[in-house]
Design a protein around this ligand. Structure first.
Ligand code: ATP
Length: 291
């Protein structure tokens, strides 16, 4: 049986770093939600090992690819001797703060669970996925959630009010590891107000969601890449109602209520940035929308 799975990008509505742990990871507190900018993963059973193809030359084609590693993990853990060809139709920009690789890994886990009738629950797939990356457990379940710990302790939330999300990805990629290394905990002055964001989501108050957007990594990435600040300012000027950098960056997103305004922002940004998208917020759709 061949299977095609959707791997949507995520954005962070809030991102807080609580402290550095003895194991080197940071304890995080984030509100994440999926958006309708997605890779598609086609899985085809083959005899033997794992083959990987991608429509983008910017991803690794060997066992450094997170989708490849997801398949290897499943094969090893469940003693599967059959092989799989993984074809990644890449739309999510790479090293962008949108969890593209993690979402490919999560989609591969979901797809192989089905293809090989493993009967694993979303929670079990998330636990497996944590070994591949901190954002994988969230990507397995999708929707909207608070993510704590490394990102694996998930509390589902009511979705953001329906709106448009404009995404602008500067030409350079950012290494998440380097951003965390550059973060000085004592220099964090303003932190997200989690209660404020939860309240805004609960009330489906678009203006309040926009007001509560906050990411403590933004200043760190901006210090090296001033283009992030520049794009935020431009997005606001062209009409985005709330603007923030996603994850460790460098992608900047803007929330917009009206479609016409979203496309005005996209057109305005095109002169400054090649990779610009207007997509719908996905946080409200049910899990099976990931099929
Ligand atoms: P996050 O928001 O989870 O930190 P990101 O959006 O910043 O992730 P990715 O697009 O996942 O970053 O890419 C990070 C690194 O992972 C890149 O250097 C890339 O080479 C590698 N990578 C491995 N597999 C994939 C994949 N399937 N798609 C994209 N990048 C991948």
């Amino acid at each position: 049986m061949d299977i095609s799975v959707k791997a949507p990008a995520k954005i962070n509505l809030t991102l807080d770093v609580l402290h550095k742990r003895p194991d080197g990871y940071h304890d995080l507190e984030m509100v994440m939600t999926t958006v309708d900018l997605a890779d598609r993963i086609d899985l085809t059973e083959i005899t033997g090992g794992i083959r990987l193809q991608s429509t983008s030359g910017f991803v690794p084609f060997d066992d450094r690819n997170l989708a490849y590693r997801a398949a290897a993990l499943i094969k090893e853990r469940f003693g599967i001797t059959k092989g799989v060809n993984i074809l990644i139709h890449k739309r999510i920009p790479v090293a962008a703060g949108l969890a593209g690789g993690s979402s490919d890994a999560a989609a591969t886990l979901r797809g192989l669970n089905k293809m090989w009738n493993l009967g694993l629950s979303t929670e079990e797939l998330g636990e497996l996925g944590l070994a591949l990356g901190s954002d994988v457990p969230f990507c397995v379940q999708g929707g909207t959630a608070i993510a704590r710990g490394r990102g694996e302790q998930l509390t589902p939330l009511s979705p953001p009010p329906p709106c448009w999300v404009v995404l602008a990805k500067p030409p350079h990629g950012v290494s998440t590891v380097e951003v965390f290394q550059a973060l000085k905990m004592e220099k964090i002055t303003t932190r997200p107000n989690l209660e404020g964001m939860l309240n805004a989501l609960d009330k489906k108050d678009f203006d309040q969601v926009c007001e509560q957007l906050a990411n403590v990594l933004e200043g760190v990435t901006m210090a090296t890449y001033p283009k992030v600040r520049f794009l935020k300012e431009r997005m606001a000027t062209f009409g985005a109602e709330g603007v923030l950098m996603s994850g460790s960056g460098p992608t900047v997103f803007g929330l917009v209520k009206k479609e016409s305004v979203a496309f005005r922002v996209v057109n305005g940004l095109r002169g400054f940035c090649r990779q610009v998208y207007a997509v719908r917020m996905l946080g409200g759709l049910k899990e099976n929308s990931l099929e």
